[in-house]
Design a protein around this ligand. Structure first.
Ligand SMILES: [Mn+2]
Length: 227
């Protein structure tokens, strides 16, 4: 359970991440490397009030996007690539965490279909949140959408985790979770689909659990953005 003061710090960290996202939409171009995207995100956050990065920023494009924890490298962003950015800022010791996948140039029909499946799963996960829901059931809400679309085996991680003083803390949202989510918990909802050798998609928001639902802490666009 997070106090109002703690929620304000997490929100402040998230605001920096959101400003960074807006900045990146005008910055990203085909021909850049993943590392350039990572460095720009990091520079923006650290020069706009972040005392630290929540974790090593992930920026992975094209086939590399199918690695959920891929490390940004010299891979060059090609026209039509999906680019996944997973990152966060720290303010007064509190972390934020968000992920967006954007298309750099025109996506294929399959990319759009997979993106929309992840989006539907992410919205289903958020809709399942309320005081008393188990971490298992919150995960299942997202997972069911992906399984029903036929991509179940390409979603190999838990749906979310608590965030605060630690970047990953209780309660977990996963098939193995024994947790029950309570009012004032801050959790992520971050389903993904990762097609080896093709591309990956992940969408991640943070939310605060309330007695009968949740309050979103992430305000960035979730419909597919084509740059
Ligand atoms: Mn996360």
């Amino acid at each position: 359970m997070k106090s109002d003061a703690e929620l304000e710090k997490i929100s402040a960290a998230q605001r920096i991440a959101e400003e960074a996202f807006d900045h990146m939409l005008g910055f990203i171009r085909p021909g850049m490397t993943e590392k350039q995207v990572q460095l720009e995100l990091d520079f923006y956050m650290l020069s706009h009030g972040a005392e630290a990065l929540s974790f090593e920023t992930i920026a992975v494009a094209g086939k590399k996007g199918s690695m959920p924890h891929g490390v940004p490298g010299d891979n060059v962003i090609q026209p039509g690539d999906f680019l996944t950015m997973d990152y966060g800022a720290v303010v007064d010791g509190y972390h934020s965490d968000m992920t967006r996948t954007v298309a750099v140039g025109k996506p294929s029909k399959k990319q759009i279909e997979v993106y929309n499946t992840v989006l539907e799963a992410q919205l289903a996960g958020l809709a399942a949140l309320h005081d008393g829901v188990t971490g298992f059931d919150a995960d299942k809400a997202s997972r069911d959408v992906i399984e029903q679309a036929g991509y179940g085996k390409y979603f190999g991680h838990g749906t979310g985790h608590g965030v605060g003083v630690e970047i990953h803390e209780a309660p977990r949202l996963s098939p193995k979770s024994k947790a029950t989510l309570r009012t004032g918990n801050v959790v992520t909802v971050e389903p993904g689909i990762y097609l080896p050798g093709e591309f990956g998609v992940r969408i991640e928001d943070m939310a605060v659990i309330t007695p009968d639902g949740h309050t979103g802490l992430t305000h960035c666009e979730k419909k597919l953005i084509v740059l």
